[in-house]
Design a binder for this molecule. Structure first.
Ligand code: COD
Length: 301
């Protein structure tokens, strides 16, 4: 099963009932607009942590009712993130969302050694893209958390992504380990890692997924490109998930889809005790709402 677009994720998430989401540094119009839509769709009730006067003013401006919401007043953004993590750890909220705060500061609070949200898994960023003219959602990992993962970390990042996609209903996942070309070359260490991951996949280490690489972007999405290059690929242009070599590649790939191709992006963090919504501060309210939907869907995985 494949997801044709975000609406199909939303349909699935609606069946799960409401969850409480703690929003770290919530005084932001796009964040609150996303909360408003998610609340209306029956997905969430919010715990809004931040400058409560500003939150109330913005809520009034966009017509968000705060009747069912909890407000935790905190003016200092760094302290607000910790209070939002506290709310999750203390069972006041089922998951966490990043608001108007820098990603690294947000993630450091998530990873704090005492009363943090770590597990025995590596945490990794995972994003979904709805690209106009594309018949299915595309997924990218990790363009937001792990900076330059080594082979063992790439394996964990991949496992997180595959587990998520299988958990939300995709029985088989086509993964391309992205590189600049298809030839394994020791001067390009990314290609060596890609080859190693492909071998692991062939040995059955990623059940329910086909992992192939190294492959360049064109061969990942186009059977015509593969034919021109004379490359045989089991995935044959039908990629679901891109494993990128570094955070920069993931970030540029994602933002290219958004800015050059008009895609909508939604990002979450996997591998923590609870789902975490982590979108870019520049993302639209629709992006943030879709990320909330993705996180809501992953409850219980
Ligand atoms: N999963 C689990 N534990 C982790 C992870 C992870 N992905 N990363 C670090 N840890 C643990 C380490 O094992 C260690 O115990 C502790 O956390 C601190 O590790 P450091 O010293 O490597 O971590 P930091 O605090 O310097 O950096 C961790 C960040 C996640 C903050 C850092 O990697 C980062 O800034 N990533 C990029 C975020 C970003 O800018 N994204 C932009 C796109 S929106």
């Amino acid at each position: 099963m494949r997801f044709s677009g975000f609406e199909s994720l939303l349909d699935k998430a609606k069946g799960l009932g409401r969850a409480k989401v703690a929003v770290a540094v919530a005084a932001d119009k796009e964040v609150l607009e996303a909360i408003k839509i998610a609340e209306k769709e029956g997905l969430i009730t919010p715990v809004l942590v931040g400058d409560s006067e500003q939150i109330k003013r913005l809520a009034q401006e966009i017509g968000l009712s705060l009747d069912g919401a909890e407000l935790i007043h905190e003016l200092d953004p760094e302290v607000a993130v910790h209070k939002a993590v506290d709310a999750v750890v203390d069972g006041q909220a089922h998951f966490l969302m990043k608001g108007q705060i820098n990603s690294s500061d947000f993630l450091r609070a998530v990873l704090r050694p005492v009363r943090g949200l770590r597990t025995d898994r590596l945490l990794s960023h995972f994003s979904a893209f709805q690209v106009p003219e594309f018949s299915r959602l595309l997924f990218v990992t990790d363009g937001g958390m792990n900076i330059a993962p080594n082979l063992a970390q790439k394996k964990e990042i991949l496992a997180n992504g595959i587990l998520y996609l299988q958990g939300i209903g995709m029985e088989s996942v086509n993964v391309i380990v992205l590189a600049a070309n298809e030839v394994v070359n020791e001067k390009m260490p990314v290609t060596l890692d890609a080859q190693a991951l492909t071998k692991m996949s062939q040995a059955g280490e990623f059940p329910g997924a086909i992992v192939e690489g190294p492959l360049a972007l064109d061969g990942a999405v186009s059977a015509v490109a593969l034919k021109h290059k004379g490359i045989v690929s089991r995935i044959n242009g039908d990629v679901d998930l891109f494993l990128v070599p570094t955070i920069e590649v993931g970030n540029v790939l994602g933002k290219s889809m958004v800015y050059f191709a008009g895609a909508t992006m939604a990002g979450i963090v996997l591998g923590a005790q609870v789902p975490i919504v982590m979108t870019s501060r520049n993302d639209t309210s629709r992006s943030k709402f879709m990320a909330l939907t993705m996180a809501a869907l992953s409850r219980g995985l």
